[in-house]
Design a protein around this ligand. Structure first.
Ligand SMILES: Cc1cc2nc3c(=O)[nH]c(=O)nc-3n(C[C@H](O)[C@H](O)[C@H](O)COP(=O)(O)OP(=O)(O)OC[C@H]3O[C@@H](n4cnc5c(N)ncnc54)[C@H](O)[C@@H]3O)c2cc1C
Length: 477
């Protein structure tokens, strides 16, 4: 994609739409928009535009399309696959000013949110109505609703409510040429053609700029019980996870941390987990793929009445698998258990610049994968260190790989692990998307016919290839 010329006339047109304060060209200011959360993906941009509403977004896209300027839409910039930053001198369209939360529709249990509303603000906005957003994740203070739809974000409650696509009951978006498409009535039954919300969910900014989202809401489940369970092996943790899913109707989250990652987060928090032992022989650090490393599960039950008996009874039935368990009911105590899972990403980021591989395995291959990854990583880079954790309740494992002293591991690690995932029937991207990081591996999960269909959709909606042209899809030949 060759990008068009940014001259004084174009800047003047854009400033006339969004105001001069929202057209940024000073490199010291634009630099903040050009590096991602992981620091692994860093580029540069000649131009950041910050529209304030849908009409401004549409007018801006009309100007950019006319000049054939490639653009990277950006929300909270917490994406982890290099899709939210300009790596080829694209302009950045920052959506954070579209931050209006409309009144909650309590009759429908729905709300319409601006694309730039952060998840934390959305959660706070709907809480007064006794409702909650179906997706929750640790980046909640920065991640935006538009970015979460664009990546089809998952998070910790997918096993109960589904991912972000499942929350979308209406969408408003601006297409590449500035056309606005809006379908926000929120009718639960509405078979009037293609579902543009579902199409834009997971499109990673390549098909349209999301400006407003009509989201389903769910009854708040205020009573909570949280258990941290320790296991000797990944296989035991996987068996226990399956049993908890079968027996706990109020199961709200089911997360895993394997030993190497538990070591890193414990160091970061300055405290060891209250149950289980880190003995340095984990499946994360063994290179021969032998089973037996330590694993932890966080299981949270949530309901309108106290779910602790239900969770406690289910945990008691796991006595052959669990080596130790801690249960917490009070918010502060529950938060102390959650810290060993929620702080993992930050702890690894503090330790270095990892390669982040976010994968799903079929349940029957999960334990085999966890035990097999160290040998696969070792073969690609003997000095690299795999750290595993994730949303085990839905088969999602995050494989973070650090090189020596926190440096990046060899590039070949990514391909080796993702090929291993595909060989076991898994997905190379569970929830973070393809971005630029996994572009060259998309073919492991998608057939040539599927990729041709993707390209046809892209050409139809963005014929000049100006929307995130370097993300998700291989460049047109
Ligand atoms: C600590 C931490 C924990 C995380 N945990 C999880 C997790 O549990 N589950 C999970 O799924 N992700 C997780 N993430 C990743 C990230 O938070 C999600 O991908 C999130 O959905 C990104 O939202 P954002 O607003 O930051 O989007 P950005 O990072 O700004 O953008 C992400 C992608 O969406 C596109 N985009 C952004 N806004 C729009 C828009 N309005 N219209 C069209 N395209 C747009 C961008 O071009 C880019 O391709 C985590 C990240 C961090 C840092």
């Amino acid at each position: 994609m060759s990008t068009g010329v940014i001259d004084a006339g174009l800047i003047g047109e854009l400033a006339g739409i969004v105001g001069v304060a929202h057209v940024l060209q000073d490199p010291e200011i634009t630099a903040g928009y050009a590096v991602d959360w992981t620091r692994r993906f860093a580029g540069a941009t000649p131009l950041v535009i910050r529209p304030g509403d849908t009409a401004e977004t549409a007018a801006v896209m009309g100007v950019l399309a006319g000049a054939r300027i490639a653009v990277v839409p950006q929300g909270g910039n917490t994406g982890l696959v290099g899709g939210s930053v300009p790596l080829a001198d694209e302009a950045v369209l920052s959506m954070r000013r579209l931050n209006v939360c409309e009144p909650v529709d309590e009759l429908a249990s729905q709300v319409t949110l601006g694309a730039g509303v952060t998840l934390a603000d959305a959660q706070a906005h709907v809480a007064a109505s006794g409702l909650s957003v179906g997706v929750d994740l640790a980046a909640r203070d920065s991640a935006t609703i538009g970015g979460m739809v664009a990546t089809n974000a998952g998070g910790i409650n997918v096993l109960r409510y589904g991912a972000m696509r499942a929350q979308v009951v209406g969408i408003e978006a601006v297409l590449a040429d500035g056309t606005v498409v809006s379908h926000l009535a929120g009718l639960e039954k509405d078979n009037t053609g293609y579902d543009l919300g579902a199409l834009l969910a997971g499109s990673e900014g390549t098909l349209g700029i999301i400006t407003r989202v009509r989201s389903r809401l769910h009854p708040t489940q205020p009573e909570r019980a949280t258990a941290l369970l320790a296991f000797e092996t990944a296989a035991d943790a996987v068996s226990a996870a399956a049993a908890l899913r079968r027996s706990v109707a109020s199961l709200h989250a089911l997360e895993a941390v394997f030993e190497g990652a538990m070591e890193v987060v414990s160091e970061h928090l300055g405290t060891a987990p209250p149950v289980g032992r880190i003995d340095g022989t984990s499946n994360d650090t063994r290179v021969d793929g032998s089973p037996g490393g330590g694993a932890w599960l966080i299981a949270e039950a949530a309901a309108r009445t106290d779910p602790s008996d239900e969770l406690g009874a289910a945990v008691a039935e796991l006595e052959d698998l669990v080596t130790d368990a801690a249960v917490a009911l009070e918010p502060a105590a529950r938060q102390r258990l959650w810290a060993f899972r929620e702080q993992v990403t930050e702890a690894i980021s503090a330790a270095g610049i990892p390669h982040k591989l976010d994968v799903t395995l079929p349940a029957a291959r999960l334990a085999e994968f966890v035990d097999g990854v160290p040998a696969v990583v070792h073969a690609a880079d003997p000095d690299a260190r795999p750290l595993l954790f994730g949303h085990l309740g839905d088969g999602n494992v995050h494989v973070n790989v650090l090189g020596p002293a926190g440096a990046e591991p060899a590039e070949s690690v990514d391909d080796a692990v993702l090929r291993y995932v595909a060989s076991l029937g898994g997905s190379i991207s569970a929830e973070h998307g393809i971005g630029t990081a996994k572009l060259s591996q998309l073919h492991l999960n998608r057939t040539p016919a599927e990729l041709a269909a993707f390209s046809a959709i892209k050409r139809a909606l963005d014929p000049d290839n100006i929307l995130n042209p370097n993300v998700l899809l291989p460049q047109p030949g």
